[in-house]
Design a protein around this ligand. Structure first.
Ligand code: ATP
Ligand code: MG
Length: 286
């Protein structure tokens, strides 16, 4: 972190560094604000961010539901939840009469529940194409559980297809994780266009909650330059919290735990706790 004379420390996005206060305890819970973590580019940190932000918010006493909305089931696996021979989000999408509570699994993290997914979900787009209001099926599923939670996070798959449009239609906000790598901004225009279309036609109140820079390596000029470009493009929509690159994340996933449990003292765990505080400070989460 660089220091400017008299101004205190400057964070990696070029703004003054804020620690953000510990979120106040909530006296009552719900209804949830729904946030989709979305980027059609693969491997940018959507799932890692969903898991660890969810765990961090749960640690601050928020009731959190994480929805695995990727047929790869990486979110479920990353939280150590088996995905076979149990109801998944796919079953809820296909039968709106089903009570979504049936598919909710309590994770090992207090206050953190999950609706899992598995490869079945890859067939959902085909099944939903002929449905009435096919873009708002997930919204209708989640409506029944919204009163029980403070925040619902949706881990999107890397595509802009019907499932992702369902996630955006169901959401109040979007967080876009961007890897601090050369082609980070490629395709983001198309993503923003998709969000704009969803706002126009399906979900007028959806907002961009923030752009989250991930896998940032302050030692490389490259990483710093990419972050600079991201800030040029998105200004204050870039979250001040930046997630550093570290092998602790793959390690934590293998052990089926969020980083806040796997290595609570590590800078990476602290980064997701700070992200949780920043989103509360920005009003994106109660
Ligand atoms: N900050 C980080 N530092 C190092 N590795 C990371 C970091 N964040 C994520 N990873 C690793 O990078 C890979 C991709 O991350 P992740 O699965 O979260 O991305 P994704 O956007 O969900 O991918 P997909 O598009 O395939 O769903 C994983 O192996 C993960 O462990
Ligand atoms: Mg993923």
């Amino acid at each position: 972190m660089a220091k400017k004379d008299d101004e205190g420390p400057i964070g990696p996005t070029g703004r003054p560094y804020h620690g953000f206060p510990t979120p106040p305890k909530l006296d009552s819970h719900g209804p949830a604000r729904i946030i989709a973590l979305c980027n059609q580019k693969g491997g940018v940190g959507k799932t890692t961010s969903t898991i660890n932000l969810a765990a961090a918010l749960a640690g601050y006493g928020r009731k959190v539901l994480a929805v695995d909305f990727d047929p790869q089931g990486a979110l479920s696996a990353g939280l150590g939840i088996p995905t076979h021979e149990i109801p998944t989000v796919y079953d809820l999408l296909l039968d709106l009469k089903r009570d979504p509570h049936e598919a909710i699994v309590h994770s090992a993290v207090e206050n953190l529940d999950v609706i899992p997914a598995n490869i079945d979900l890859s067939a959902a787009e085909v099944h939903l194409v002929n449905e009435v209001a096919r873009e708002s099926i997930l919204a209708r599923v989640l409506r029944k559980v919204t009163p029980d939670y403070d925040v619902i996070l949706i881990d999107c798959q890397p595509s802009l297809g019907l499932l992702t449009v369902n996630a955006l239609t169901a959401s109040h906000g979007v967080v876009i994780p961007l890897e601090c790598e050369f082609f980070a901004l490629r395709g983001v225009a198309l993503l923003i266009e998709t969000i704009d279309k969803v706002r126009d036609r399906l979900n007028p109140s959806i907002k961009l909650d923030g752009v989250l820079a991930t896998m940032y390596d302050p030692r490389t000029l490259h990483s710093r330059e990419v972050l600079e470009r991201v800030v040029e493009a998105f200004g204050d929509d870039v979250l001040e919290t930046v997630i550093g690159r570290t092998v602790k994340f793959p390690d934590a996933s293998v052990s089926g735990q969020p980083i806040t449990d796997y290595a609570p003292e590590h800078a990476a765990a602290q980064a997701y706790l700070r992200l949780a505080r920043e989103l509360v400070a920005r009003g994106a989460v109660a």
